[in-house]
Design a binder for this molecule. Sequence first.
Ligand code: AMP
Length: 284
Amino acid sequence: MNVKVVTTVAEVKAAVKAWRIEGKTVGFVPTMGYLHEGHESLIKKSVAENDVTVVSIFVNPMQFGPKEDLASYPRDLEADTKLCNNAGANLIFHPETSEMYQDGFSSYVDVNGLTNSLCGLSRPGHFRGVCTVVTKLFNIVTPDKAYFGEKDAQQLAVIKRMVTDLNMNLEIIGCPIIREDDGLAKSSRNTYLSPNTRQESLIISKSIFMGKKMIEEGERDAAKVIQAIKDSINTSKLMDIDYVEIVDANTMESITEIKGEILCAVAVRANGEARLIDNFMMSV
Ligand code: AMP
């Protein structure tokens, strides 16, 4: 194994300091672990574009709501370490919660506006938790570039906004959604799905691809595309829609007429087993 696993902030800072003395560039991939090919694509891109790559594996309690799946979130450090090693990462930062949030912790990063819709609405406090932990991780790792998936499109937009607004000294790189062969977007949470629910969940990607096709064929009425996607997802009795929205990709605000850079995003509860998200972006 070439990759090293460390658990303290001090160890990460020491490693980065040594690399900096050697003049090396640092890429960073923040994750919550239980890594799959989606994460792997981010790590490989970082390895290709930087001299060294740090991956963080931290299930961040601050971004989970009280009724969400913090306790059951899947974890497998051994498999994650192998994946990181094979992808060429150099360092895994795997802190305990107490290492990240010490007694008396009381500073938060809030990005307004972009977080008023989609997952920002249905998961209150989620993006505050994400922005706070990502800021901490950026301060610890001080990367030149950090890699985020378009799977979490709103998160990517929020992080880019935060980095611009707060003059953070790094570049944010967005990476395309990696899917299973049958179209389901890869997610650590897919492991929650029973075989039957997993099969029925295919309706999510099928439905948004159908919506995309409607737009490609000339439909410009967002309400019509949204309704068609909802009707399609609702053909499965196991799917409980949280939201289906079409928003301006830059502001995350709902639009009525489809034009410019758009994001079509969905969140669906699959048989009470997992909340799955998916999306597509388009320039019209
Ligand atoms: P997570 O471990 O779910 O917090 O995800 C860590 C990073 O991996 C985030 O930037 C995600 O957007 C990205 N990611 C997760 N799943 C995928 C996927 N299927 N394709 C591309 N990126 C992904």
